[in-house]
Ligand binder design. Structure first.
Ligand code: SF4
Length: 269
């Protein structure tokens, strides 16, 4: 098997593990492909579920090297006339205080610290992960420990110091044993995240991992299907990429993650 086919097989296996759709390779060479060429035909951009040999490759948008548009999700805002303090919170500090006293879901029972998020209220980029892990629960800070160090390096690579970004998670308390947050826990917690994004008003959002992407886009599509598109959350461009913890388990995803964060960087410039 040639190196190219071995790489393609490895890539497709990764997509399958991520829940992407099966890809049926066309019989014969892909139109535009020449023996010895690498990558897709010159005038094609890989689309959702991007995979070598994907027969649904769409042309890139004319005059732009950004990926094509994806999902647009515009959840209703809070009712300003209700007694709910979250939609009326005027700052990130107020949100953090509300989170600190929150008992809206069962995740409050095992937490040591709430982890509301940290960073600049003027940030041009908001990074959203899944939920606090052990070190985050101990410190009350998001994305610390090995995955956090990797995120700091990723941001450094696009010349964004961590303190100029706002970093947070979908749920603000640690799920036991680092399990995935459950649907009702996400539903209880997500108003905090939505209000944080409203307050920061970023130029772009980077959703890291399937939980963040699916929550912010209100979809069940796999991470593999959501990458390589410019989605919108309340009009703000949103890019989907792998969670740093997943990158530590699978270094092969570093290259696609690098591609994704460079797109996010272009969106905030
Ligand atoms: S996870 Fe969110 S909704 Fe649940 S208790 Fe913590 S702050 Fe409240």
């Amino acid at each position: 098997m040639s190196d190219g086919r071995a790489l393609a097989r490895e890539f497709l296996e990764q997509q399958r593990q991520l829940g992407g759709d099966w890809v049926v390779l066309p019989e014969g060479p892909t139109p535009g492909w020449r023996p010895g060429s690498v990558g897709p035909p010159e005038n094609a951009a890989l689309t959702p579920g991007a995979s070598p040999g994907n027969t649904q490759a769409r042309p890139a948008r004319e005059g732009s090297d950004l990926p094509p548009p994806g999902i647009s999700y515009d959840p209703p805002g809070g009712d300003l006339f209700s007694n709910d303090p979250v939609p009326q919170a005027v700052s990130l500090d107020v949100i953090a205080q509300l989170v600190a006293g929150c008992t809206k879901c069962r995740l409050c029972e095992g937490r040591r610290h709430t982890v509301p998020g940290e960073g600049s209220a003027e940030a041009r980029l908001v990074v959203v992960g899944e939920g606090p892990g052990r070190v985050e629960d101990e410190t009350g800070r998001p994305f610390v420990g090995p995955a956090g160090e990797l995120l700091t390096k990723i941001l450094g690579a696009i010349e964004l110091p961590r303190e100029r970004v706002f970093i947070c998670n979908v749920v603000k308390c640690r799920p036991p044993e680092n399990r995935l947050p459950q649907f009702d826990e996400i539903a209880a917690c997500v108003p905090y995240l939505f209000r944080q994004i409203e307050i920061v008003k970023p130029k772009a959002i980077l959703a890291m991992g399937g939980t963040a992407a699916q929550t912010l886009l209100n979809t069940k599509q796999s991470l593999g299907a959501l990458r390589n598109l410019v989605h919108r959350f309340r009009g703000v461009p949103l890019i989907v990429t792998y969670h740093p913890a997943a990158l530590l388990r699978n270094p092969n995803w570093k290259k696609p993650t690098w591609d994704d964060v460079r797109i996010a960087r272009r969106l905030i410039d």
